[in-house]
Design a protein around this ligand. Structure first.
Ligand code: BES
Ligand code: ZN
Ligand code: ZN
Length: 496
């Protein structure tokens, strides 16, 4: 699929005409029947955000015209994201190969880089198919060309970066949609290395023995149940920000979560091949950060393993160590993500010298219950850092919903026999998403830190318009946009 800026309106199978408020057709379409069809569509658009479509027959073929009403002012990226995704999906489902989006019909779409980027990203995001392994699979279901039609100049970098970011999301989806019997920690590492080396990252993969020599005992305890699929630590470095601080992006990398001896039910286990969604987001983001040569220092860390059962697996009641030196009583082997993340955080701080930390994980079912399936649940110990993430979330159109870290709940993690426990033993405590965050906070050593629990947004069997069924790729764009904001953030920090 090619996505490019075009000055004139090209011949296409489908035209998307975004309209804001005034409801006039501004761009001069190349043929009279097309003009009339478009005029009709535009005049009959709903008052609030919505779509109107019409097919008409030109001399040789049927042409689809989709009007998009973007009623609100000022236009917010998420509004553009949702309605443009719907329009593109309609075009794709009707079999359109060449689509022209008439940006100048809604001037902010070309004038505001964030909105241009949003539209460009959607061409890639909507085009994505989760092909799985069907033996009969329709080919050529996607776009060939998506032309962003505008007379505006100087948009090349914005377009390039947007496509780079969208390819990061696609990579995250692809990684996350792989089934656990064909994806092991090692194949995840190989895929990450290939993707990230191609775009310029330095990649280091630590073996189980190396992790052991670093005392990553919490991570290795989780990994112990999987006999034939050894754990690895994936480290992705992009250090091109001069003497600015280094941000650590830490992704949960459980390639399968059976729950371990605290076994999940069949229905809760079915999709647990997606439990490396946070890791996938980090890999996608790092490849995009490097691909667009962002002037930042970023290190991705993914402690990848499986949470399985065997004679060797860790057990409820075990007391395990950790790289930070804290001992942990395992109350539930299904609360494994926080154990692997704890050591990954410590590695990011001590070995990779990260100054700020963002972890992202499919960590708790409770996060989904708390904030639903449209936003991740976010916790942070630093208001300014969170504001930066919020800005990135608005730009990326990947929503975040901040929840409090309430120290009154911290005693639920006290253990009589270890420094802390990995979950409360009293189900009536509730607050599962926050308890997981409070656990992780113990391993942040006071650094500015954001925890993104993406359990609710990672996977959708009934997909939104911007995704195919399966992994949404949530997080890759969010982290990429966060990294993109960092140079300004450092600039503002030094001014103060
Ligand atoms: N991977 C799961 C969380 C999850 C649940 C992700 C649903 C996606 C959809 C995680 O490892 C887990 O099992 N968490 C437990 C924690 C509990 C045992 C304290 C949970 O949420 O039930
Ligand atoms: Zn689990
Ligand atoms: Zn898990």
């Amino acid at each position: 699929m090619n996505c490019f800026i075009h000055k004139e309106i090209p011949a296409a199978d489908a035209y998307i005409i975004p309209v804001q408020a005034s409801r006039n057709l501004l761009m001069d379409l190349p043929s009279r029947p097309l003009r009339e069809a478009a005029d009709y569509v535009v005049r009959h658009l709903p008052q609030d955000a919505g779509l109107k479509e019409i097919s008409f027959l030109s001399e040789e073929k049927e042409i689809l015209v989709v009007g998009v009403s973007l009623a609100k002012e000022p236009l917010r990226p998420r509004d553009v994201y949702l309605s443009m995704a719907q329009a593109l999906r309609k075009c794709k489902r009707s079999g359109a190969k060449d689509v022209a989006i008439l940006l100048d019909n809604c001037p902010p779409l070309a004038a505001e880089p964030v909105l241009l980027g949003t539209t460009a990203r959607l061409a890639e995001l909507v085009n994505y198919e989760n092909r799985g392994q069907k033996s009969v699979c329709p080919q050529d279901t996607g776009f060939h060309n998506v032309a962003l039609v505008t007379a505006a100049e100087g948009l090349d970098t914005v377009l390039e970066q947007a496509l780079c970011c969208a390819r990061g999301t696609t990579a995250a989806r692809e990684l996350c949609n792989q089934r656990a019997s064909s994806q092991t920690p090692e194949t995840l590492a190989e895929d990450a290395a290939r993707l990230c080396r191609e775009s310029g990252c330095e990649v280091e993969i630590l073996t189980a023995a190396e992790a052991a020599s670093l005392n990553m005992d919490a991570f290795l305890a989780v990994a112990r149940g999987a006999q034939n699929t050894p754990p690895v630590v994936i480290i992705l470095r992009w250090l091109h920000g001069g003497d600015t601080p280094t941000v650590g992006l830490i992704g949960k990398g459980i390639v399968y979560d059976s729950g371990g001896y605290s076994l999940k039910s069949n229905t809760s286990m079915r999709n647990m091949f997606d439990d490396m969604g946070g890791g996938a987001a980090v890999i996608g983001a790092m490849s995009a950060i490097a691909g667009s040569r962002l002037p930042v220092n970023a290190v991705g860390v993914i402690a990848a393993c499986e949470n399985k059962i065997s004679y060797n697996a860790y057990l409820p009641g075990d007391i395990i160590g950790s790289m930070a030196g804290k001992t942990i009583e395992v109350t539930n082997t299904d609360a494994e993500g926080r154990l692997t993340l704890a050591d990954a955080l410590t590695l990011a701080i001590h070995r990779e010298k990260c100054d700020l930390l963002v972890d992202i994980a499919t960590l708790t079912g409770a996060a989904k219950n708390a904030v639903g399936r449209f936003a991740s649940a976010v916790f942070s110990n630093d208001d300014e850092f969170f504001q930066l993430l919020k800005k990135a979330a608005d730009i990326a159109s990947e929503k975040v919903w901040r929840l409090d870290l309430d120290p009154e709940m911290r005693p639920c993690l006290n253990s009589p026999v270890a420094d802390l426990r990995n979950g409360s033993i009293n189900p009536s405590d509730g607050g599962g998403a926050m308890l997981a965050a409070l656990f992780l906070q113990e391993f942040t050593e006071g650094k500015p830190w954001i925890h993104i629990d993406m359990a609710g947004v990672n996977f959708r069997l009934e997909p939104p318009a911007f995704s195919a069924a399966g992994a949404t790729g949530y997080g890759a764009a969010l982290l990429y946009c966060l990294a993109k904001e960092l140079p300004d953030f450092w600039g503002r920090c030094t001014e103060k």
